[in-house]
Write a protein that binds this ligand. Structure first.
Ligand code: IFM
Length: 451
């Protein structure tokens, strides 16, 4: 059995919008995702997350599934509009009470809560004032952080500010595949800066409230050129700069990869953004391959999302013998590569936690034996944990690995077909069934060296 160093933390991850449901209950306000999912044609099969996995009502059972696997850490996110329905101002006591109960349930079960403040579900009220294109939203997030740490800081010691800024900015601001679907192209860069500023301001608020450790969760992926052609190499570097380094350089180096952009941001912002962190979260799924667009070549349908024409780079399919049922290339070595790259790029990189990694396979519900057999998920997770071990062998300080996800949930624009969970959720009854991968994860944790 694979052995990680003593003290290595095994976790499971989820996000509020994807599991909670109770979309308009007990005073919760609408988020940009509630608005987006209500628009025809945005989500596969017209699905929405009004009920999702109904975790809001079933959290006690869900904590049981998490805890009984021996999971050390549970990463979940708060729904900002559940806590502050208007984004700022009036606090919704019912919303805070829910997270209070969840945290107590986790602690009683021996699981450490590792909440994320913001996992994409911006209050619609803030979007109406310009959302992340409006600098005020950064300050609103810091105020929201202060509300949470004030209420939960006596029990929650580890905090994550924002989840995958690059993914939200790319799909929701530059393109139109995710909420709020603005399609601004490179015009989305101010939204990126405001999310980074929000991160820095939230770090300040959390520390002022007594947080013991603070980190961020960033999606990173190795980017390679489709060929040695200098045009492809240049296109790949540009793409990597925009999607990876634009989001991590300001935090870890205090500058943007583009000196002109660095010079254009208000004085003092980068100091706030680059305040030291206690850990750096890396979410990894698959690498990306880029080429300089070829005259006359049709890129439509090459990837799950269509990248508009006219950009100086085009993502092309990664060659791989194996794919998840979501169509994503299975390349475990990409995780080792990106961890080593981050270590080499950032001499001051804090300890890393892999805050998400996992795969969607369509394994179906429980069979006649009552079990959900998902051997491909087990193989995927085993191979990626092996890639983490390889990075540790190369000297990267990786302290934990969280599976995405604890349970099957609402996979954004792809709806419910894509199932990432260790626990199966029946879409009709919402009954939970532990998959074989859940048992594998439990045995893996039990078999680790004692700390
Ligand atoms: O489901 C998402 C999650 O919300 C953010 N990271 C990637 C996961 C799989 O797409």
């Amino acid at each position: 059995m694979l052995q990680l160093p003593a003290g290595f933390r095994f976790g499971m991850s989820t996000a509020a919008f994807q599991i909670e449901g109770a979309a308009a209950l007990d005073g919760k306000g609408p988020s940009i995702w509630d608005t987006f999912t209500a628009r025809p044609g945005t989500i596969r099969h017209g699905e929405d997350a009004a009920v999702a996995a109904d975790h809001y009502h079933r959290y006690v059972e869900d904590v049981g599934h998490i805890a009984e696997a021996g999971t050390h850490d549970y990463r979940f996110s708060f729904s900002w509009p559940r806590v502050l329905p208007g984004g700022r101002g009036q606090v919704n006591g019912n919303g805070l009470d829910f997270y209070d109960r969840l945290v107590d349930e986790l602690l009683t079960a021996g699981v450490r809560p590792v909440p994320t403040l913001y996992h994409w579900d911006l209050p619609q009220a803030l979007e109406d004032e310009g959302g992340w294109m409006n600098r005020d939203t950064s300050y609103a997030l810091a105020d929201y952080a202060a509300v949470l740490v004030d209420r939960l800081g006596d029990r929650v010691r580890d905090w994550i500010t924002l989840n995958e800024m690059n993914v939200q900015i790319l799909y929701g601001y530059a393109l139109t595949d995710h909420a709020p679907a603005l399609g601004l192209g490179l015009g989305a860069l101010p939204a990126a800066h405001h999310q980074l500023l929000a991160h820095g301001l939230a770090v300040q608020a959390l520390r002022a409230g007594g947080a013991a450790t603070v980190g961020v969760a960033s999606q990173h992926f190795p980017v390679s050129p489709a060929s040695d052609d200098p045009a492809d190499v240049e296109a790949a570097a540009l793409f990597a700069g925009l999607t990876n380094w634009t989001f991590s350089d300001p935090i870890l180096l205090g500058e943007y990869p583009d000196p002109e952009f660095t010079a254009s941001v208000p004085a003092g912002d980068l100091e706030i953004i680059s305040a030291p962190l206690d850990f750096y979260g890396v979410n990894y799924y698959e690498p990306t391959r880029i080429e300089a667009p070829r005259e006359g070549k049709d890129y439509h349908g090459v990837l799950e999302v269509d990248v508009p024409s006219g950009l100086p780079f085009s993502p092309v399919a990664v060659e791989s013998d194996e794919r998840t049922d979501f169509g994503w290339a299975i390349v475990p070595s990409g995780l080792t590569d990106i961890l080593v790259t981050l270590r080499d790029r950032y001499p001051g990189l804090p300890p890393v936690v892999v805050t998400e990694n996992g795969a969607s396979f369509h394994d179906g519900g429980p069979g006649p034996d009552g079990r959900v057999h998902d051997p491909r998920r087990i193989a995927f997770l085993e191979a990626h944990l092996g890639a983490v071990a390889a990075a540790i062998d190369k000297g990267v300080d990786v302290r934990g690995y969280y599976v995405w996800s604890a349970l099957d949930n609402f996979e954004w624009a792809a709806g419910y077909d894509e199932r990432f969970g260790l626990v199966h959720v029946d879409r009709d009854t919402l009954d939970r069934t532990r998959k074989d991968s859940w048992f594998w994860f439990r045995d893996l944790i039990a078999g680790q060296p004692r700390s």
